[in-house]
Design a protein. Structure first.
Length: 407
């Protein structure tokens, strides 16, 4: 395990350095797109505070990032080119740059969705679920897009046209999603501790897994992803409380309870485990084969890290089935992988988690040894007696109290 940790660490550091040297992040030339937000309008050079493009047609264009740089989506700022008229009406909009996960925001970035901002006045509320369509599969990105348009356009309307505008302060939080997430996380963690060593209560985990599917997968659409970690390492953090709730709670839980997240909350792990309970003859996997194939997920994680850090594009590291499944978006290959994994899970319980999942690999690397887990035939991870703690998802089926372990 130490060798794996060191190897992955070296790959990460080398890739990050290579990424800095090889791929220069160039800022999009926004001037090229002025015609998209204001056709047939001739703009002067960018100037003023906040920086903007003026015209003799009472239209002003600007990059939202120049006026409201502190609004972040799920992975940094969403930079939008906007045009407004002297009444404060939005007349054109185009997304210039973003680092969000494409699966979650493909519709959000479409001209069909963005067109709904055109005609709105800067003093409109710009509130998802109120005057803006709240796409349930990208709540953090929807909030960030609406907030960046609201704040930047009000700022420009006030400074350039002298219009009286409502507040341009930053919107507080992004709904109660983070509270729901943390409540579920803490409740499950408490039940995990309470039910340790109590064989009659191990089924309590099924309730937690079911809630993981319903709340984390379907309602919040925010399963912990390796892309959270890649974005964090690349310095692309969110301004959403939900993002911090997901990342910090998972990191802390790995330190105190190993792969608790995988065993109690991961919506895809839950689905895989429930499917594995379908009474069908299972494929026998020998310990040797199992040991060899478990390493595959570490290799995939290393490849994904190298590709992402060298290219500095997180979407290149996205092969996670839960991202495709719960975002309801992916290409043909991505959906094939989801279908294949769900089918194979019926024959080998938690196949994806055992052999391929990059989150399993990452969290496994940081698990602390715990000799109170002895494993048994029932182990959902096929973990052998004296299990590898990196493969244990803390289902508690084999937990023995202090003193019993040696007996
Ligand atoms: S080793 Fe024990 S606690 Fe861990 S997953 Fe297997 S049965 Fe559950």
């Amino acid at each position: 395990m130490n060798k794996l940790r060191i190897t992955l660490f070296i790959i990460t550091v080398v890739s990050i350095i290579a990424g800095f040297i090889l791929s220069k992040e160039t800022r999009v030339d926004e001037k090229r797109f002025l015609g998209d937000v204001a056709p047939d309008v001739i703009f002067s050079a960018k100037a003023g505070t906040p920086p903007h493009y003026s015209s003799d047609r009472s239209i002003t264009a600007f990059n939202s990032y120049d006026a409201a740089p502190s609004v972040n989506g799920y992975a940094g700022p969403i930079k939008v080119l906007l045009a407004i008229n002297s009444k404060g009406d939005i007349t054109g909009i185009k997304v210039l740059e973003h680092k969000e996960t494409e699966n979650y925001v493909h519709y959000l970035m479409s001209s069909d969705y963005l067109g709904r901002f055109v005609g709105k006045n800067v003093n409109d509320p710009f509130e998802p679920d109120n005057d803006i369509d709240a796409l349930s599969r990208a709540t953090v990105s929807v909030d960030a897009l609406a907030d960046t348009v609201r704040r930047s356009s009000r700022m420009v309307a006030a400074k350039v046209y002298g219009l009286e505008v409502k507040g341009i302060e930053r919107k507080k939080g992004t709904g109660a999603g983070w509270l729901v997430y943390l409540s579920l996380f803490l409740a499950s963690l408490c039940i995990y501790y309470i039910t340790r060593g109590k064989r009659g209560l191990v089924r309590a985990r099924d309730v937690s897994l079911l809630l993981g599917i319903l709340i984390i997968g379907i309602y919040l659409v925010t399963p912990f992803s390796i892309l959270h970690v890649f974005s964090l390492i690349l310095g692309r953090v969110s301004s959403s409380y939900l993002w911090y709730a997901v990342v910090i709670s998972t990191f802390l839980s790995v330190i105190i309870a190993g792969r608790f997240y995988c065993g109690w909350l991961c919506p895809f792990g839950a689905l895989a485990e429930f499917l594995g309970k379908i009474p069908m003859k299972k494929w026998e996997v020998s310990n040797d084969t199992d040991d060899r194939w478990r390493n595959l997920k570490y290799i995939l994680l290393a490849i994904a890290a190298a590709v992402v850090f060298v290219s500095r594009k997180t979407e290149y590291g996205n092969f996670e089935t839960y991202v495709t499944l719960f975002s309801l978006h992916g290409d043909y290959l991505a959906w094939m992988l989801v279908a294949l994994m769900l089918i194979i899970n019926v024959k080998v319980e938690r196949f994806w988690c055992r052999y391929l999942c990059p989150v399993a690999a990452l969290t496994g690397l940081f698990c602390r040894a715990d000799n109170k887990y002895i494993s048994n035939q029932d182990c959902p991870m096929g973990n052998r007696p004296k299990p590898l703690i990196s493969e244990c998802i803390r289902c508690n089926k084999c937990y023995v109290k202090a003193g019993e372990a040696e007996g």
